[in-house]
Write a protein that binds this ligand. Structure first.
Ligand code: PMP
Length: 432
């Protein structure tokens, strides 16, 4: 049997749900975007330069030396009780009063998203999500064959009136809404936060409509000039599942996050988690637990905030100086991302290869919508490159957009002939 036909026979056997497991069309481009000459404003990797690696190294060594027999053993499916207690302390910063029993430790909050989807979603169920929304969550919900209904946002986050309309419209069509997925703080990718008044309104709407809220909050402690905002779970613990993560307040490589959930939900989450991973890593949990018990972690978070604020400022200043007057962008008060909206008609996905030849990368807006919307938007992240590189990247991107606008002015909305596209700086074979 040839390799080709063997592959075909696998394809025929895959489960229905694998149909949405496709690599994004732009993944190939990102292999190129990781080259050093390209300023990547695409990735969302936390910047670990502010983390004291000597301290972390000592903590890791101490965990093994003093407690290696436990650290390297299987552990509890719900997670280490000591860490769960510490997590309740961390959540107090956002007004959440919880018990360690409410907490399920997961392998990053990404696993918590998967568990939530697994216990709630049947094929065809509806998930309400902001427009735009976190690509990793949309992908997970779609793998459980859910239908995403997007709800419009503005600079104050999700618009309550639009939420009411989306619920009414979906139900009128017979759609079964399972939950609202929301990122209230320093949104990925939109960079905005849900205002305090709207939090109350969204909670009320969800409760009245009997819709559970999934509050995904990995960036909540990364506000630049503000105390942490009161979490939605703080005001309605019976109707909100809160997802947290150590990826941005400590380090993503240990892969530790959590869900804090109403009692019945928590029990199902633990069973679902045990069937997928048996238990989260004892070693990673103990390293984090020791770090939070022995280190000035709140000061460490302040230095992360300073580092990201400096980069945010560099990006906003350069956007102001170089981007066209017809473009708009959000002004994040924390987190990693700026959401840019270009003049209608510019297709950011079509423009990406040209940006990469000009040695700058971003994520096209359509990646953050389940319905193909967002083609003239883009996400720029400022978390990882140095401020100088961010300035350079934004300048390069402004040049690419300017060219695109000139071409649009010449050719209107018709496709721009290839022969008229500007010369490539690198040969195409170098690119993909
Ligand atoms: N939710 C959001 C909104 C995110 O931006 C991310 C990471 N980019 C995650 C969840 C997953 O993070 P982790 O699994 O590292 O905790």
């Amino acid at each position: 049997m040839s390799t080709g036909s063997r592959l075909d026979s696998f394809v025929a056997r895959y489960a229905e749900r694998t149909k949405s497991m496709t690599a994004s069309e732009i993944r190939g481009l990102f292999a190129v975007a990781s080259r050093p000459e390209v300023v990547s404003l695409a990735g969302g990797m936390p910047n670990l330069t502010a983390l004291p690696m000597d301290v972390v190294s000592q903590i890791v060594a101490d965990v093994i030396n003093e407690n290696g027999q436990v650290a390297l053993q299987y552990g509890s499916g719900q997670g280490d009780p000591v860490l769960r207690e510490q997590i309740t302390e961390i959540m107090k910063l956002e007004g959440i009063d919880s018990h360690p029993d409410d907490v399920v430790v997961t392998t990053g909050s990404q696993q918590a998203l998967d568990l939530v989807a697994r216990i709630f979603l049947d094929p065809g169920d509806v998930v309400l999500a902001e427009a735009p929304s976190y690509v990793g969550a949309l992908g997970t919900f779609q793998q459980y064959q859910a239908r995403i209904v997007h709800v419009e946002m503005d600079d104050d986050g999700l618009i309550p009136e639009r939420l009411r309309e989306a619920i009414a419209h979906t139900r009128a069509q017979g759609g079964k809404i399972k939950f609202l997925y929301t990122i209230p703080n320093f949104h990925n990718p939109a960079g905005v936060s849900l205002s305090l008044e709207r939090r109350q309104e969204v909670l009320r709407i969800a409760r009245d409509a009997d819709i559970l809220i999934i509050e995904d909050n990995p960036y909540g402690l990364l506000g630049f000039n503000s105390e942490p905002t009161r979490a939605m779970r703080a005001d309605d613990p019976d109707n909100v599942v809160y997802l947290g993560s150590f990826s941005k307040t400590f380090a993503p490589g240990l892969r530790v996050g959590w869900a804090a959930a109403p009692h019945a939900v928590r029990e199902k989450l633990v069973l679902a988690s045990e069937s997928s991973i048996l238990c989260p890593s004892n070693f990673a949990q103990m390293a984090i637990s020791r770090y939070f018990a022995t280190q000035p972690w709140q000061d460490q978070i302040k230095s992360f905030q300073g580092l990201y604020q400096e980069r945010r400022d560099a990006m906003l200043e350069t956007l102001e100086q170089h981007f066209p007057a017809t473009a708009t962008w959000t002004k994040p008060g924390g987190g990693f991302y700026v959401w840019v909206t270009l003049p209608e008609g510019i297709d950011t996905k079509a423009m990406l290869p040209r940006a990469i030849t000009s040695r700058v990368a971003y994520v096209p807006g359509t990646a953050f919508f389940a319905d193909g919307f967002g083609s003239w938007s883009m996400r720029l992240s400022y978390c990882y490159p140095s401020p100088e590189r961010i300035r350079e990247g934004v300048r390069r991107l402004a040049g690419v957009i300017e060219e695109e606008m000139e071409l649009r002015a010449t050719f209107g909305s018709a496709a721009i002939p290839l022969s008229e596209r500007p010369q490539r700086i690198l040969p195409p074979s170098e690119l993909i």
